[in-house]
Design a protein around this ligand. Structure first.
Ligand code: MG
Length: 324
C-alpha cells in the first residue's frame, strides 16, 4: 500500500517538514529530498535516530519498513560542502598553530575583568537551569568537557557514533570520575547533547556518572578586538551555582578552542582537536595522557598555580621524578 509519509528533519537548530514522500519511497529518496531542503549531500547526512532492525538503514530500504510514525522527527548531523571547504570560519576552523595563539594573554585578562561580562554571568547564574543527572560529590574536583572535537569527531561521515568517538573515552571518564565530578558543556542545544551522549554510550555507562550537561544557553558573548564578538563558556556560571563545591581552585576545563575559556583562561586546557576519526583513531592517545595529568594534579589543593598549557611537560617532569 502506498501511503503518504510525514516527517520532520531537525538539523542545525532548524526543523524541516517533509511531506512529499510515500511509503514506497526508499531511504535514498529520503536523503535526496533532505538534500533539496537543506543542501547537505546524502553522503554527509547522519540520520541519528533512523533505524532499520536496530541498524542504520541501507539506501534501498523502503520507508514502509521503518515504521515511521506521522510527524516523526529525524535528528540529522551533517555539514554543507561550503562549510567543510571553507576556512573562513574563524576562530573555530583556524589551523592548529594559529589557534594556539588565538587570544593574546593581555586580552584574556582584560576581557575577564569587564563589568558587563560579569553581570552577564550573574544573569546566567540566576536564570540558567541546571538539571542534575547526579548530585555533586563532597570533596571532588570538577572537570568540564567540551564535546565536538574534544570527545567526538562530529564531521567525519560514519555509520555509528562509536566510530567517531575519541579513543579511550570511557577509560578516561572512568579514571577521571574517581577524583572529579564531570560536567559536559557544549555550544549546542540540550537535545543534541543528550543525543550525542547516548550515541557515545556515555549516558548509560555504569563505571562513571555525569553530574550534569550544559548547553549554549549558559554561554555568554564577549567582544574581543581580534575576533569581534564571540561566544564563550564562562565557568563562573558553575562556580556561582555551586559555590560550596566548585571554584577556580578545583576546576579544569578541556576544550579544543581556547577562546571558549576566555573568561577563565587559567582553568582551561586546550586539548588537541580530534578530527578525521578514521585516520586518527589508531594513533590518538590524547585522552590516555590527559587521564594521567588529571590524576597527578588531583593531589593538589589548588590548581591556580598550574599552567595547563604546559601539561605535557608537567607530566614528563613528574614521571621522571617518580622513576628516578
Ligand atoms: Mg569543540
Amino acid at each position: 500500500m502506498d501511503s503518504a509519509i510525514k516527517i520532520v528533519v531537525k538539523w542545525s537548530g532548524k526543523e524541516y517538514e517533509i511531506d512529499s514522500l510515500s511509503s514506497t519511497d526508499t531511504v535514498a529518496t529520503l536523503k535526496e529530498t533532505i538534500r533539496k531542503r537543506t543542501g547537505v549531500l546524502p553522503e554527509r547526512q547522519k540520520l541519528l535516530n533512523l533505524k532499520h532492525k536496530g541498524k542504520i538503514p541501507e539506501n534501498d530500504v523502503h520507508l514502509s519498513a521503518l515504521n515511521i510514525k506521522p510527524g516523526f522527527k529525524i535528528m540529522m548531523m551533517g555539514s554543507l560542502e561550503e562549510e567543510i571547504e571553507a576556512v573562513s570560519l574563524p576562530p573555530e576552523d583556524l589551523p592548529d598553530v594559529v589557534n594556539d595563539f588565538d587570544i593574546p594573554e593581555e586580552e584574556e585578562v582584560d576581557v575577564c575583568n569587564r563589568e558587563v561580562y560579569l553581570s552577564k554571568i550573574t544573569k546566567r547564574i540566576s536564570d540558567y537551569k541546571i538539571v542534575e543527572r547526579n548530585p555533586p560529590r563532597e570533596g571532588k574536583k570538577l572537570l568540564v568537557l567540551d564535546i565536538d572535537y574534544t570527545l567526538f569527531d562530529h564531521r567525519s561521515p560514519a555509520e555509528t557514533g562509536f566510530e567517531l568517538m575519541r579513543p579511550f573515552l570511557h577509560e578516561f571518564l572512568t579514571e577521571a570520575y574517581k577524583e572529579y565530578d564531570i560536567v559536559i558543556w557544549s555550544a549546542t542545544s540540550m537535545k543534541w547533547i543528550e543525543e550525542k551522549m547516548k550515541l557515545l554510550g556515555v549516558a548509560s555507562n555504569t563505571a562513571y556518572k555525569i553530574t550534569f550537561y550544559m548547553d549554549y544557553l549558559a554561554m555568554i558573548t564577549v567582544h574581543t578586538s581580534k575576533y569581534g564578538t564571540v561566544n564563550v563558556k564562562p565557568l563562573g556560571v558553575i562556580w556561582g551555582k555551586y559555590p560550596e563545591f566548585y571554584s577556580p581552585k578545583n576546576t579544569i576545563m578541556f576544550d579544543d578552542i581556547r577562546r571558549n575559556f576566555l573568561m577563565n583562561p587559567s582553568n582551561g586546557l586546550r586539548i588537541r582537536p580530534f578530527r578525521q576519526a578514521h585516520m586518527n583513531r589508531q594513533t590518538d592517545r590524547e585522552l590516555l595522557k590527559l587521564s594521567k595529568y588529571l590524576k597527578m594534579i588531583a593531589e593538589l589543593e589548588d590548581f591556580s598555580t598550574l599552567e595547563h598549557r604546559n601539561w605535557e611537560r608537567y607530566l614528563s617532569d613528574n614521571n621522571q621524578d617518580g622513576d628516578s
